[in-house]
Design a protein around this ligand. Structure first.
Ligand SMILES: NC(=O)c1ccc[n+]([C@@H]2O[C@H](COP(=O)([O-])OP(=O)(O)OC[C@H]3O[C@@H](n4cnc5c(N)ncnc54)[C@H](OP(=O)(O)O)[C@@H]3O)[C@@H](O)[C@H]2O)c1
Length: 239
């Protein structure tokens, strides 16, 4: 398969790129970090240095591709709100990195996915989108927007026979979560995350979520009445 992965210079995306390459697929790995891209290139992957917020550059780069069978839009960031400062610039940064880049990549990649006889689009959201979490006014909202976008797109792309998967990880040990200052239950390695994702995408699951012992608990909590979950959240903030 011809596979394109954004955010392939670090964490989950890098592991996916290396694992798919080791399986014999042709992989295009995108990112900004020059050194990480050079390592991937030395390992035999195709690379592209792009800031995904730059719409013109992204559209120009993607227009040179012939065909993509599987596109994994994984690039993203995480920042938390710390009251009393409600930093709207932080919200803008996170929305830009997590929502706008996905929209830009979708515009760029759909034409090349359509050229595949078995096109598959996968977008990395987060289990944080299942329900509101303290300090996640930016990150959670951005991933909820991504989930909505992906679910809508699945309906619209159905007639074109392009599969659409939403990837909803729990905690994965990466440079992104290494910055977190709170307990991260059931955090898994990037190797485990990559295995879960590759297995789920192979089965063309509508949603690939893992680790199940974490995501099912989150899904259960999302079924609670909002007022009850709010009380639990307030208790989490106090403790
Ligand atoms: N780790 C977790 O526990 C977890 C849980 C749920 C969801 N996620 C999601 O999984 C995805 C990957 O996260 P990770 O933990 O692997 O993070 P990471 O190690 O920080 O990697 C983030 C990747 O995104 C790229 N990126 C960010 N902004 C970009 C931009 N404007 N243009 C181009 N590339 C950009 C980075 O590229 P450069 O380094 O080259 O700049 C890097 O390759 C994210 O969408 C994240 O929200 C992660």
């Amino acid at each position: 398969m011809k596979i394109l992965i954004t955010g392939a210079t670090s964490g989950i995306g890098k592991q996916l790129a290396l694992d798919y390459h080791a399986e014999g697929h042709e992989v295009w790995a995108l990112g900004r970090n020059e050194r990480a891209l050079a390592e991937l290139s030395d390992a035999g992957l195709h690379t592209g240095q792009l800031d995904l917020t730059d719409r013109e550059a992204v559209l120009a780069w993607f227009s040179r591709l012939q065909v993509v069978d599987l596109a994994i839009l994984n690039a993203g960031t995480c920042e938390y709100i710390d009251l009393p400062a409600f930093d709207s610039a932080l919200i803008q940064r996170v929305m830009r990195a997590n929502v706008e880049t996905v929209a830009i990549c979708l515009e760029a990649v759909l034409p090349v996915l359509r050229k595949s006889s078995h096109g598959h689009l996968a977008v990395v959201g987060s289990s944080a989108a299942y329900l509101p979490l303290p300090r996640a006014e930016a990150y959670g909202a951005s991933k909820a927007a991504v989930a909505y976008m992906v679910e809508s797109l699945r309906m619209d792309l159905h007639k074109e026979h392009i599969s659409v998967s939403l990837i909803s990880p729990g905690f994965v040990k990466t440079p992104l979560t290494d910055r977190n200052d709170f307990p991260m239950p059931f955090r898994v390695s990037v190797e485990r995350a990559s295995a879960y994702i590759r297995k789920g995408l192979h089965k063309r699951r509508a949603e690939v979520h893992f680790p199940k012992r974490f995501t099912y608990v989150m899904k259960f909590f999302s079924l609670l009445p909002g007022a009850l979950w709010s009380r639990i959240g307030q208790w989490m903030v106090r403790s």
